[in-house]
Design a protein around this ligand. Structure first.
Ligand SMILES: *[C@@H]1O[C@H](CO)[C@@H](O)[C@H](O)[C@H]1NC(C)=O
Ligand SMILES: *[C@@H]1O[C@H](CO)[C@@H](O)[C@H](O)[C@H]1NC(C)=O
Ligand SMILES: *[C@@H]1O[C@H](CO)[C@@H](O)[C@H](O)[C@H]1NC(C)=O
Ligand SMILES: *[C@@H]1O[C@H](CO)[C@@H](O)[C@H](O)[C@H]1NC(C)=O
Length: 507
């Protein structure tokens, strides 16, 4: 369970005498300080746009062009909207949610996709757990690559500079509002946010004491390149009429067959493949040349070949994100990257897209967005802790991405060193970032209902806090499914195996 952060033994003493110091005495003093926040300190390169006190269990209107409709605010807090000028040609719009009951921690939040959007779910989540919580649009609104077209400064902000700027200014805002500095600082992000957290540890190792980099979109150019190749192989850009195109209805057939063949491998028939790599599917069972199959329920040889092309885990559910990934068009992430950044040619045509185009992106690698390095020694030397997790059924970023990032750190710094500060958990059955549409998920992240999510054994953010502040090394965490079932998860590369009576971690 979450307790206030402490700064060594002196603070422990002070806190045990007067823990009320951690929070603003009353709502009315919070409301008063919130109103005059702009006058309480000097904030680097920053315009305070508004600072408004919000009572708990209410809603507010979001800022920017990304979200529709009001967003939830659980804890009573001061909501600050501000804008940081990051260069002559760029600025980041950000929000601070400063809860009345503050436990001394700073929390910054990453983005998804090519966004571009203030994440209100995380703002509410962090402030509910008593973090002074910050989210930004990372330098542009919206999830489209046009924002980067001939705008290298805007791209630099998305790549990671805005995370640094908002962290510097955010800490100044915290100090002004609470009249004392934060004690520990954290970052949490998934997908693009997982890459931003990694980028932060590599480029600004002093910004955070603990970082969660979930389902990281690292090795960025190669990842987007693989999406481009996947699109070309599964039917684009010729479109849905391509021979290799696999229509939406057939993806369910494919998945059902895989689950049927491999579900029992982990010792439990529960519709979840704990270790998709262990599944060696006989794909012939899906072939139209197999007489047991009805014509509408089978794949042609060409479709089978397209299906087998690159690296999503077997058993992932492709139907839920069909329109983004397999709809017979080039995935927008890849399309926008090559059109607006790599070739600066909005009319670029993906016919013939291949390895040379991926190499061109790698050669350009603007702002070092690739984020593929295992050199974390400065971050680690400061005592920083790095936690990653990835769903084995991620259908947007292949789960191998987090494993390759981890393995790269081991190759670069050695396993003994990495063991000191870096953990990766593979989450069986979880899809991209543990999104609420998951079918049979085990979750450890912010979509978990409360309680028991405030237990550090079940919740990845609280596990990180416990590691940074309490030296409780997270070698296991417990995943929770939507039906309340629990599953032991082991640090990579160990696997969670059912012995007949319990789960244990095995090599
Ligand atoms: C979560 O927090 C609540 C309120 O502080 C507490 O009553 C509950 O026991 C906590 N649950 C766990 C699992 O720590
Ligand atoms: C919000 O609602 C919950 C559940 O009804 C309640 O326990 C809590 O005290 C409320 N918080 C505020 C600030 O009103
Ligand atoms: C503020 O602007 C200056 C000049 O552009 C820059 O050097 C500095 O890094 C900026 N500070 C932050 C926190 O972005
Ligand atoms: C493929 O079909 C979908 C509808 O299933 C349609 O929205 C999309 O535009 C089509 N793509 C192409 C390239 O024709």
């Amino acid at each position: 369970m979450l307790k206030p952060a402490t700064r060594g033994s002196v603070w422990l003493l002070v806190l045990s005498v007067a823990s009320a110091q951690q929070s603003l005495a009353t709502h009315s003093s919070g409301a008063h300080r919130c109103r005059k926040l702009a006058k309480l300190g000097r904030f680097e390169n920053t315009t305070i746009i508004s600072s408004t006190y919000v009572v708990g269990n209410s809603t507010v209107q979001p800022w920017g062009t990304c979200s529709m409709g009001p967003v939830a605010v659980t804890a009573p807090l001061c909501r600050v909207r501000f804008s940081v000028k990051t260069s002559k040609a760029s600025e980041a719009n950000a929000e601070a949610w400063l809860p009345d009951e503050w436990y001394g921690r700073f929390l910054a939040i990453g983005n998804g996709g090519l966004g571009g959007c203030i994440d209100y779910t995380y703002l509410n989540y962090g402030s509910s757990f008593h973090f002074a919580t910050f989210a930004s649009n990372h330098g542009h609104d919206g999830d489209q690559g046009q924002s980067f077209y001939k705008q290298p400064e805007v791209l630099h902000d998305y790549t990671g500079r805005s995370v640094h700027a908002v962290s510097v200014v955010g800490k100044q805002i915290v100090k002004a509002y609470y009249s004392k500095p934060h004690m520990k600082s954290y970052f949490i992000g998934c997908s693009a946010g997982g890459r931003q957290g990694t980028y932060s540890a590599l480029h600004w190792p002093e910004d955070f004491d603990g970082i969660i980099a979930a389902a990281p979109g690292t090795n960025f150019n190669i990842f987007l390149g693989s999406l481009g190749l996947l699109s070309v192989n599964t039917g684009a850009p010729e479109g849905n009429t391509s021979e290799s195109f696999v229509p939406k209805t057939l993806w369910a057939t494919v998945r059902a067959e895989i689950i049927k063949q491999c579900d029992g491998l982990d010792g439990v028939k529960d519709g979840v493949l704990d270790d998709p790599d262990a599944c060696k599917v006989q794909f012939e069972a899906l072939s139209c040349s197999n007489k047991a199959k009805a014509d509408s329920d089978c794949l042609t040889e060409v479709q089978l070949e397209a299906l087998l092309y690159p690296g999503y885990s077997l058993g992932s559910d492709a139907t839920v994100i069909f329109d983004a990934m397999f709809a017979g068009d080039v995935v927008w992430l890849a399309k926008d990257w090559w059109k607006y950044v790599v070739y600066e040619d909005p009319d670029y045509d993906f016919t013939g897209f291949g390895l040379d185009d991926i190499l061109a992106a790698e050669a350009l690698d603007p702002s070092q967005i690739s984020t593929f390095s295992g050199e974390f020694s400065e971050f680690a030397a400061r005592g920083g802790k790095f936690l990653s997790y990835h769903g084995t059924h991620d259908n947007i970023i292949p789960p191998g991405s987090a494993q390759r990032a981890y393995d790269l750190a081991v190759d670069t710094m050695g396993s003994t060193f990495v063991e000191e500060f870096y953990r990766l958990f593979m989450v069986p059955g979880m899809d991209h970032c543990g999104t609420p549409w998951s079918e049979v998920p085990f979750m450890i992240g912010h979509y978990l209902p409360l309680p028991p999510t405030n237990a550090s054994s079940h919740n990845i953010l609280l596990a990180l806090v416990d590691w940074v502040e309490g030296d409780n090394v997270p070698d296991t965490v417990i995943g929770t499914s939507s039906s309340g079932e629990e599953r032991l998860l082991c640090k990579h590369p160990l696997r969670s195996v059912w012995t007949g009576s319990q789960y244990v971690c095995q090599a």
